[in-house]
Every structure is written in C-alpha cells, then in structure tokens.
Design a protein around this ligand. Structure first.
Ligand SMILES: [Zn+2]
Length: 391
C-alpha cells in the first residue's frame, strides 16, 4: 500500500530559541520546570577518548556523584571534554568526579562533535582513556525523534498517534527496567531514535496530541511490542518470549497489510553457509541434508524446524533459526523451505517478530479513518488506554 503522498514538512528545532523562551527557562530553571516530566537517557557515544561540546547559551556543570553545581557558564564554545586520572576535563577545568552533567538552561541545545541534542549531556568516565556520553531528555522530546524514524511521517495522523502511544508505553517500561543502569536506550535499541535531524512536524503533532497516554493491562504498563508487517496474523508473544503471557498479546488476524511492500519475500542460502551458521547453535555437522518444518502455531508461523545432517536429526526453534540465518534475511517465522539443488530457498511473509501492532496494518486502518484508539484496541485487545501518571 503506497503511503498517502502528503508534502513533508520539516520542523527542526532552532539552535537559537526566542528570547522569551530563554527568559522563561531561566526564571523557572530547567530542573524545576522538568522535575515532573519523565526523562529518557539515550546513550549517544559508548566510548569516546574525547569530544567537543558547544552550548550557545547559559549552562550548568553538575557533579552527578555529589549532586552539586560545580559552575554556571554563560556558554560553552567547542570545548573539549576528556577523561583524566582525577576526573573529567571540561575545557580548561578538571572536575573531580566520575559522572558529570552539562545542563543547558531552558530550551538551549547542546552540540556534541557538532551534532545537536535536546536536554542535558551526562558524561561518564569509563577509565583513563574513555568517556561514555549520554543525552538525557524529556520522554516526550525523545518520542519526537522515534516516531518519524520508526514509521513514515506522511502516514495518516491517527496511525502516527497510535505509533506514538505504543512507543511511549514501550519506553516507559524500558526506563523502569533500566533504573540501575547508566542509560535506558541507545540510538538503535530497542527502538530507532533519529534525534533532531529526524524530527517532522506531523510526527511531533502526533506525540503532542497523545502526550502522556499509554497502554495498560491489569494495572501494569503493557509490553507494547510492534513490528513492520505481520503478513496476515500477528504473533502470540509467548511464542517469541515465553515469559510474556498477556491476553492483549495473543495475536489477531490482520488483513490490512496484504499490499505492503516487503510483505512477501524470498531468499536463498548455500548449503555450505546454512551448515556453517547452524553450527553456531551447536547443531549437526556439515553438510545439512534436510531442513523440515515440523510444527506451526495457530497464526501459521513455524515454531520448530528439524535439521538433518551427517550427525543425525536435531530440532531448532524458528526464533533461533531466524537469529542465526539473519533476521533481515529470514524476515519472519512465517515461511516455507525448498531445496531445489545445492541451495536452501526460504519463502515467506511478514517482517519482524510479528508481536503487537503491525505498522503497515495500522497505516491501512488509519486510511480507513479508524482512530488511534480503535487501531490500538484492534492490535492489543483488552488493553486500557490511559493517561500516565494516572490523575
Ligand atoms: Zn499485518
């Protein structure tokens, strides 16, 4: 299904916010203004020997270990940060701490090696040679960089709103699970975060229109998984992750993604390569003489494949098989296997684990004038759409 061809409107955050916004930010103070807002910590560089930092407005340097403000500066221009034996160097100063935050006032942005980020920057000294850099920003701002990266911002607004709610729910759970860690997410895990360059006005509108809304089930945040295209039926989450046994994630038929590009696929792999890859699972010896689907679940997806080799026959789960052959080649667990000559041929439908919301199906439902609430009720039956935190 081709997406509606609406003209993309690029909305990039200004590097120089208005004087009014700056004054409001300074008067209110970033900490008090954002105290009630959930934040997300995004790892942007896992290990950097040094970096250059720019903030074109007032900012504070905070020792996160002692929770004290070390200094307040009118601005930082292309200042180098690097690890030192006694702490972290910022410009010409060395802060005697393993964890430092640079917090711009109000809505001023911080640039790291020339790339702009919202919120504050956490600098963690890993050892004498490397720093870890983490962008800490309000959850809603983070979502504005996720939604247009995960789906096409030209899709129907109600589809974008459904995606925003699902991404918010997923992130809330992630933040709760990662409380004891230095960061909650990275730029690619568990969702794609494109940052400021990826932001688009329609996606931002969808985030704003659904601000704070999440999916709950039996009093807890739902593990709101989503995927590109299901291929006809969404998957029972417990088939992929046995610990997840929740009614809204048992899978539903989906006839809305039939015309999605990449909905049907085919790939080939040589006998030799299949054998090599299966050996990573400790299975069989080369060559692999037989690959046979032995069980499918109610959605039609393969659950178990028998592997026949010179060392006998073993069984492998389709989830393991997908991981070892490559999840972007064996795009889903809904496939058939053929062996015409010295190659193994896989043909299937769907892309992704198939659990929860089917993005291409949601696009079609949006085109059919379904609301975000209706789209979510379809893919997560029984889940409750609520404001978080509850009033
Ligand atoms: Zn679908």
């Amino acid at each position: 299904m081709p997406p509606p061809q609406l003209a993309p409107v690029v909305a990039r955050a200004p590097l120089f916010p208005s004087v009014i916004l700056l004054l409001v930010g300074l008067l209110a103070g970033p900490a008090s203004a954002r105290a009630a807002e959930a934040v997300v910590r995004v790892q942007i560089i896992p290990d950097a020997p040094s970096a250059r930092i720019t903030v074109l407005g007032p900012c504070r340097i905070i020792d996160l270990a002692g929770r004290t403000v070390v200094s307040t500066l009118p601005q930082l221009r292309w200042q180098e940060i690097r690890p030192r034996a006694e702490g972290i160097q910022v410009g010409r100063s060395v802060i005697r701490s393993r964890r430092v935050q640079i917090a711009p006032a109000g809505d001023w942005l911080i640039a790291v090696n020339g790339v702009r980020y919202r919120g504050a920057l956490n600098i963690i000294r890993l050892d004498d040679s490397y720093l870890q850099l983490i962008s800490e920003m309000p959850l809603e701002e983070y979502l504005k960089g996720v939604v247009p990266t995960e789906i096409d911002h030209r899709w129907p607004l109600e589809t974008l709103k459904a995606q925003a709610i699902v991404a918010r729910t997923f992130t809330r759970r992630q933040v709760a699970d990662r409380a004891g860690h230095d960061f909650d997410v990275t730029k690619v895990w568990p969702q794609l975060y494109g940052g400021l360059p990826a932001e688009r006005s329609r996606a931002a509108e969808a985030v704003e229109a659904t601000r704070g809304r999440v999916l709950m089930f039996e009093g807890h945040l739902l593990p709101a998984y989503y995927h590109t295209v299901c291929g006809g039926h969404t998957e029972d989450a417990s088939r992929v992750w046995p610990a997840i046994q929740q009614a809204p994630l048992r899978g539903v038929p989906c006839h809305y993604c039939q015309r999605a590009p990449h909905g049907h696929w085919r790939f080939e792999m040589s006998e030799e390569e299949v054998g090599q890859r299966l050996q990573r699972l400790g299975l069989g010896g080369r060559p692999v003489m037989g690959l046979t689907v032995v069980a499918r679940d109610a959605s039609g997806r393969v659950t178990t494949v028998a592997v026949e080799s010179t060392q006998g026959t073993s069984c492998v789960s389709s989830v393991q098989l997908r991981a070892v052959l490559g999840p972007n080649r064996l795009r889903s667990t809904n496939f058939v296997i053929a062996h015409p000559d010295s190659r193994w041929v896989f043909q299937g439908s769907g892309w992704g684990h198939g659990v929860g919301l089917c993005q291409w199906g949601a696009a079609r439902l949006g085109q059919q004038r379904q609301t975000a609430a209706q789209i979510l009720a379809y893919y997560y039956p029984g889940a409750e759409l609520v404001e978080w935190p509850r009033p």
